[in-house]
Ligand binder design. Structure first.
Ligand code: MF3
Ligand code: CO
Length: 256
């Protein structure tokens, strides 16, 4: 069931999105060579609790942390542990908060120092694909229009979108209907309407689309070991288009 949000609910989600975006800005100062994943997670949790919000992921089906931190060949859902960031890594960080009864969700892939051409191209293409997808998320368009736009752009760059994980509706629950795949056919699937809130989140592999789950039950890695990138925004469908609720503008080492 798709839940259409009222103006008041959207205002609350906008407030939550502002806090979540500021949290990304806050942790971005610590993201550099030598940083340890679980320390970044600790800073994120502290920030969120201070703002009277809760981390959406912690405890979700038993997930043990505030953030998902996924370096290089990890696609998503990396559990922050003892991993030390090093020059040329790409690190996807995914975070969600629960604020005044509503979830918001976003992700960003950081480049640590200088990296190689392949990773740079991959991160850039994934970033672009997010906004290309968002542009299609307007009233009267369909879920398939979003996925088609993302997939075509990514494949024209000779990369591949992950099929096993998808974006989603979001609100009182972290995951609501509809699912928002990063692949599809134009004109197919649910028709978008004003008041729908969606988390659009392309996950893109430099190599093959296949992924594997690690034994920790969470970490998803590429089957071929090549790098993967992930960007995500929470958006709302408006009368004439959409509004992106989350923002990367507070991220200090933002490449864009
Ligand atoms: N952004 C991811 C998602 O929407 C984060 C979920 S991680 C989990 O699926 F730990 F909460 F599962
Ligand atoms: Co999400």
């Amino acid at each position: 069931m798709i839940v259409i949000k009222t103006r008041t609910e959207i205002e609350i989600m906008q407030e939550g999105a502002e806090i979540l975006s500021q949290m990304f800005g806050y942790i971005s100062q610590f993201i550099k060579p030598g940083a340890i994943a679980k320390d970044i997670d600790y800073y994120a949790e502290k920030f969120i609790l201070q703002k009277n919000a809760l981390p959406s992921f912690k405890g979700y089906h038993g997930y043990p942390a505030t953030l998902c931190i996924s370096p290089n060949e990890q696609v998503v859902h990396g559990i922050p542990g003892d991993y030390v960031f090093k020059e040329s890594d790409i690190i996807s960080i995914d975070g969600g908060i629960f604020y005044k009864g509503y979830h918001v969700d976003m992700a960003y892939t950081f480049i640590i120092g200088k990296t190689d051409e392949l990773k740079k191209k991959l991160v850039n293409a994934t970033y672009k694909a997010l906004y290309i997808g968002i542009k299609k998320a307007v009233p009267g368009a369909t879920i398939g229009d979003i996925g088609y736009a993302i997939q075509s752009y990514i494949e024209s760059n000779n990369f591949n979108v992950v099929r096993d994980l998808v974006g989603h509706g979001i609100g009182k629950n972290l995951h609501e209907d509809p699912q928002v795949p990063n692949f599809g056919e134009p004109g197919t699937g649910v028709k978008l309407a004003k008041g729908m809130t969606l988390a659009i989140e392309p996950m893109v592999n430099a190599g093959k689309k296949e992924v594997i789950n690690l034994k920790d039950k969470w970490t998803v890695v590429t089957a071929d070991g090549l790098p993967s990138a992930h960007f995500e925004h929470t958006i709302v469908i408006t009368e004439n288009g959409n509004k992106i609720l989350t923002t990367y503008k507070y991220i200090k080492n933002n490449n864009y």
